[in-house]
Write a protein that binds this ligand. Structure first.
Ligand SMILES: Cc1cc2nc3c(=O)[nH]c(=O)nc-3n(C[C@H](O)[C@H](O)[C@H](O)COP(=O)(O)OP(=O)(O)OC[C@H]3O[C@@H](n4cnc5c(N)ncnc54)[C@H](O)[C@@H]3O)c2cc1C
Length: 313
């Protein structure tokens, strides 16, 4: 059994979200011996119902999408294991991955599909998750803005991130309010653009969010309580790029890997896919990255095998 666990795979994919599972499906259908490792934290698992995943006109729940994608990849031979990878080393003939339980896995190539973590508003975990399920707390204007046509929309985070989200959401409603977490950090040009676009800007620090079943109360310093149909926190994110760093892959200012890493990370045999890559954080993008990274990894392995054959000839 130990030998089986330690058998060197063609590719280990780290991440079982839309990116990693799409890569797994492609590689399994390229007849590759692959292992998907994940620590159970795909952001897709938190999606109550997505309305912009192509092919699902009635929407699909995130956990169902992940279950279907897992079944699809496993059906063609992908192995999927729940385990956190804490260290990755490039070794002579590939990569050695150390897991949290102290065991190791080895592979010839690696796909990093490790995603991001959101910076969240400060609510007790159960209250926070219930507010997401109820749909009064949303973190993705691109995904969900359409659901809030004509509604009262609040955006938390009075800086350039928040200003950009508020302006984006303004196309869906003429009732958009931008609020600071602690204090406003807007440039005069941003203040002017927000005013010209009809976005209201509050100045008092956020004291409390009070989510309900179909609306959410907001208490701001020095202000009577406000009420919204939905709040979008615009507080940035923390890319899960520590394994990329361990391999010596450079990160962008925001802590992501560059878009080039989908096809070529600069470290031979390492590819990246999904939210951990700079750009639009969406299911469809993550799936597309997964398909590209898988195909690049497969062709890279073929080239290696060709070199080996030629070296032997
Ligand atoms: C509430 C919510 C609603 C959303 N709604 C939509 C929507 O409607 N439409 C849309 O397109 N997008 C939506 N998104 C965004 C979407 O979920 C992401 O874009 C998508 O999940 C990205 O896929 P990914 O595979 O790159 O990352 P993820 O799905 O986040 O998966 C990352 C994977 O990496 C694994 N991992 C990371 N580090 C390690 C490690 N060290 N060891 C082992 N495993 C590791 C995790 O366990 C996980 O399996 C939403 C997100 C949230 C939170």
């Amino acid at each position: 059994m130990a030998a089986e666990l330690n058998a060197r795979r063609d590719v280990v994919i780290i991440g079982a979200g839309p990116a990693g599972l799409a890569a797994a499906l492609y590689l399994a259908r390229y007849c590759r011996d692959i292992l998907v490792l994940h620590d159970g934290k795909s952001r897709a698992l938190r999606i109550p119902l997505t309305h912009n995943a192509p092919g699902f006109p009635d929407g699909i729940r995130g956990p169902e999408l992940i279950a279907r994608m897992t079944r699809h990849a496993v059906q063609y031979g992908a192995a999927v294991e729940e385990a956190e990878v804490i260290m990755i080393d490039a070794v002579a003939d590939g990569f050695r991955l150390r897991l949290k339980d102290g065991s190791t896995r080895t592979s010839r190539a690696v796909i990093l599909a490790t995603g991001i973590e959101l910076n969240q508003v400060d609510l007790p975990h159960a209250v926070h998750e219930e507010a997401i399920r109820a749909g009064v707390l949303r973190y993705c204007p691109v995904c969900d803005g359409y659901e809030h046509l004509g509604m009262r929309i609040g955006v938390v985070g009075c800086d350039s991130n928040g200003a950009a989200e508020a302006l984006f959401l303004r196309q869906y409603s003429d009732d958009v309010t931008l609020m600071p977490l602690s204090h406003p950090e807007l440039s005069p040009a941003q203040v002017q653009e927000l005013a010209a676009s009809g976005v209201s800007v509050e100045k008092g620090a956020l004291l409390a969010l009070e989510p309900g079943a179909d609306r959410i109360g907001v208490r701001l310093e020095g202000r009577a309580s406000l009420e919204f149909d939905v709040i979008y926190p615009a507080l940035g994110c923390r890319p899960r790029s520590v394994l990329a760093e361990q391999l010596g892959i450079g990160l962008t200012g925001a802590g992501c890997v560059s878009a080039a890493c989908v096809a070529d990370s600069g470290v031979p045999g390492v590819f990246a896919a999904g939210d951990v890559v700079e750009g639009l954080d969406q299911i469809s993008v993550a799936m597309g990255h997964g398909a590209i990274a898988a195909t690049k990894a497969h062709n890279w392995l073929r080239e290696q095998d060709q070199d080996t054959l030629q070296a032997k000839a």
